[in-house]
Design a binder for this molecule. Structure first.
Ligand code: KG4
Ligand code: ZN
Length: 334
């Protein structure tokens, strides 16, 4: 079964073709980061308009790259939510319309299920069951994954998501959008133990997260800093990143212990973070296998949607001709 996947939930237009026999055949991504950078964050209406401009040429690009004609497609998968409603509707309407003209099934995919299954595209995919740490710009979640479609939410962010905390902290320090990669790079120059940030909600039981206080802590630290130079900024970036990484590590350990699971999947934009990977990889010593998507599939992409969609379509799941998009959509729901 050959499936076209479409991702337009935020500021990346991602398209891919996944074949259930041959694997990933082609993928293409257009990032709108340059468009939004001047505003310091994503401007929803600009995002929608840019998806309209880029989606059709990208679809043609992956068809050409995989020597696939539209008639050879067996199904279409698109991100149905959660995300920005206008941006989502571009992918949903395009995917649905294409499926209708070709007379093939189409299926809406949950964006976070796409992230969660992205490591399945790697050579050594995780076996079920596993614990998933999903860390993106919009979500921080710990999920017990029994099998595809069986997801139990163990804990999540009660305010800013981990990626959002990176983005907001970067903004406060006068750094570029998106803040994750920028802070991560700057933190390499930062000295450890110059500043110590709190590890929110780690000294009480539970698996929820709260990262919103860290940006305020970063701002106060910057305002009080004796020298307002690049080195102090790097030291703050380092302390901030250490706090986020440490907090995620503590909660992963707790969730692994509570659930008895021995495999950990880490996915979503923040899973590209090198410091996070180094710390989580240490869990190997405790008999925990840790899995990530390749770097380009940590952030939003079409390949994860094509894969998740192919699995659903293979099981006979498809949607009726009427369609919608969901700006909010809990993963552990129907
Ligand atoms: O998964 P994603 O592409 O989009 C959402 O579904 O939200 O994640 C984007 C988020 C942004 O907040 C970005 O700053 C963060 O992932 N991010 C990183 C890194 N690369 C991207 N955060 C920390 N370190 C990175 N290397
Ligand atoms: Zn995402």
């Amino acid at each position: 079964m050959r499936v076209l996947g479409i991702e337009t939930s935020c500021d990346e237009t991602g398209v891919a073709i996944y074949d259930t026999e041959q694997g990933l055949l082609a993928d293409a991504l257009y990032s709108q980061i340059d468009l939004h950078r001047v505003y310091g964050g994503v401007v929803p209406e600009l995002a929608s308009r840019d998806h309209i401009r880029k989606l059709t040429p990208l679809i043609q690009q992956v068809l050409d790259a995989s020597n696939t004609t539209k008639q050879q497609l067996d199904g279409i998968a698109y991100t149905e939510g959660p995300g920005l409603i206008g941006a989502l509707l571009v992918g949903v309407a395009t995917g649905r319309a294409l499926a209708w003209t070709l007379g093939i099934p189409a299926v809406g995919v949950h964006h976070m299920e796409g992230h969660l299954l992205a490591p399945m595209l790697e050579d050594n995919p995780p076996q079920f069951p596993f614990l998933a740490l999903l860390v993106s710009g919009g979500h921080t979640q710990l999920i017990a994954v029994e099998s595809i479609g069986h997801y139990q939410l163990l804990g999540e962010s009660i305010d800013d998501a981990a990626g959002e905390a990176f983005d907001k902290t970067a903004k406060m320090l006068g750094l570029d959008y998106p803040g994750g990669p920028v802070i991560s790079k700057l933190a390499q120059q930062g000295r450890p133990d110059i500043y110590r940030f709190p590890r929110p909600m780690t000294n009480r039981p539970g698996l929820d997260f709260s990262f919103s206080g860290l940006k305020t802590f970063a701002l106060n630290t910057w305002q009080k800093a004796e020298f307002k130079n690049e080195q102090s900024k790097a030291d703050i970036a380092r302390a901030f990143q250490d706090a986020v990484v440490d907090t995620l590590l503590i909660k992963c350990k707790r969730a692994l212990k509570q659930s008895g699971l021995k495999r950990l999947v880490v996915a979503g934009g923040v899973s590209a973070n090198a410091a996070l990977r180094t710390e989580l990889n240490r869990l190997n010593q405790q008999g925990i296998e840790v899995f990530y998507p390749r770097l380009e599939f940590c952030t939003d992409n079409g390949a994860m949607i094509a894969y998740a969609g192919a699995i659903h379509l293979q099981r006979g799941q498809q949607q009726s001709l009427s369609f919608g998009a969901r700006p909010r959509w809990p993963l552990a729901s129907d």
